[in-house]
Design a protein around this ligand. Structure first.
Ligand SMILES: NC(=O)c1ccc[n+]([C@@H]2O[C@H](COP(=O)([O-])OP(=O)(O)OC[C@H]3O[C@@H](n4cnc5c(N)ncnc54)[C@H](OP(=O)(O)O)[C@@H]3O)[C@@H](O)[C@H]2O)c1
Length: 325
């Protein structure tokens, strides 16, 4: 099958425990994030959920408690499309002096939502990279580990980074949404996928740069595989396909059933994240796929180190301009 490339399983016997550790996860309301939360709870971790939708978050917490009844769960609202909510979550976490052992930057927006601007930047970059960058930047002092067992940060990237142009046109701030539309185009079909690919490259470069600057913490990025999460449904229900025969087709029970047998379940999709969260041998700076290191491939005229440096500067600028609230 086209999508089915097998699935590595990490530590089936659950020998690697997370007792006494706090794992914070963005986008834990469904899909790979929720599976990761459950798998961490089953290894004894406490959880800090960071989700945009309060009722989905409390539903997720219920599902976690069903699978791991004694789990301590903290819930914080955070919408990565709105830096004020990110600031509020950061303030709350700092005020309560919460020590985080592992932070999973999992939440992600696909190309199904309107590719409009937030803060005069393509919205997919803001949600998938810039707001995560801000969150991590501010929570660094809450990430506590030891020399033997460092704190870890795991970012959900994608093999889709292969399609990105490292010149980073989508990472830039434009003077107005109109200028962005003129330079990059509009609409999900024209620029949605390109924007998504660039955001997923940003996730990898972010972790590599952090690894370079903060060697006392482990920073890793992950491709989870092609996973049967809410991703497909959200594409089918999104603006491009809503009300069309293709949307209906993609949403139909039969098609759903058929594709779900060809791609990974969310639990399978969470395995490489679990490897990076638990495995002592998982190394900082690397990009992982199927619980093993994988190659990062980029396109465009910039080399990877130049692109990484440029993204860092743009990300610091994003904080200066949009997160001082
Ligand atoms: N599924 C795949 O095949 C695949 C492949 C490669 C990489 N990935 C990556 O894996 C990660 C998880 O994706 P998934 O497949 O589990 O997708 P999913 O089921 O759609 O879950 C995405 C999560 O991100 C949250 N989210 C979206 N926009 C947000 C925002 N503005 N603020 C806060 N949270 C937001 C969603 O919240 P709501 O519940 O409120 O929507 C949800 O919890 C993503 O980063 C994705 O890029 C997935």
């Amino acid at each position: 099958m086209v999508f089915w490339l097998g699935s590595a399983e990490f530590d089936r016997e659950k020998k690697h425990r997370l007792d006494g550790k706090l794992v914070a996860i963005t986008g834990a309301s469904c899909g790979i994030g929720l599976s990761t939360a459950i798998l961490c709870a089953q290894r004894g971790a406490s959880l800090l959920l960071l989700c945009r939708n309060l009722s989905k978050m409390s539903n997720a917490a219920e599902q976690i408690r069903e699978k791991a009844p004694s789990t301590q769960i903290l819930e914080f609202q955070l919408d990565l499309a709105d830096t004020k909510t990110v600031s509020n979550a950061i303030k709350d976490i700092k005020m309560r002096e919460i020590k985080i052992d592992i932070l999973v930057l999992n939440a992600g927006l696909y190309f199904y939502e309107p590719t409009e601007c937030l803060y005069n930047i393509n919205s997919i970059q803001v949600v998938n990279h810039y707001s995560h960058f801000y969150l991590l930047h501010e929570l660094l002092e809450n990430l506590k580990g030891s020399e033997d067992d460092p704190a870890r940060v795991v970012a959900l990237s994608s093999m889709a980074h292969n399609g990105a142009n490292a010149d980073g046109a989508f990472w830039k701030t434009y003077s107005s949404p109109e200028e962005l539309a003129t330079e990059l185009g509009t609409g999900i079909k024209k620029i949605g996928m390109k924007a998504y690919c660039e955001s997923k490259l940003a996730n990898i470069l972010h972790m590599r740069e952090m690894a370079k600057r903060y060697p006392e913490i482990k920073f890793m990025s992950v491709h989870p595989g092609v996973v049967n999460s809410e991703f497909g449904q959200k594409i089918a229900q999104g603006e491009s396909f809503k009300g069309t025969w293709l949307g209906w087709f993609m949403n139909s029970w039969l098609v759903h059933k058929f594709f779900s047998t060809m791609i990974k379940s969310s639990d399978q999709g969470a395995q490489t994240s679990m490897y990076c969260i638990c495995a002592p041998e998982a190394e900082s700076w690397h990009y992982y796929k199927e619980c093993a290191t994988a190659e990062v491939k980029i396109k465009g005229s910039k080399n990877i180190n130049e692109a990484q440096e440029e993204l860092w500067q743009l990300s610091m600028k994003f904080i200066d301009e949009n997160c001082k609230n």
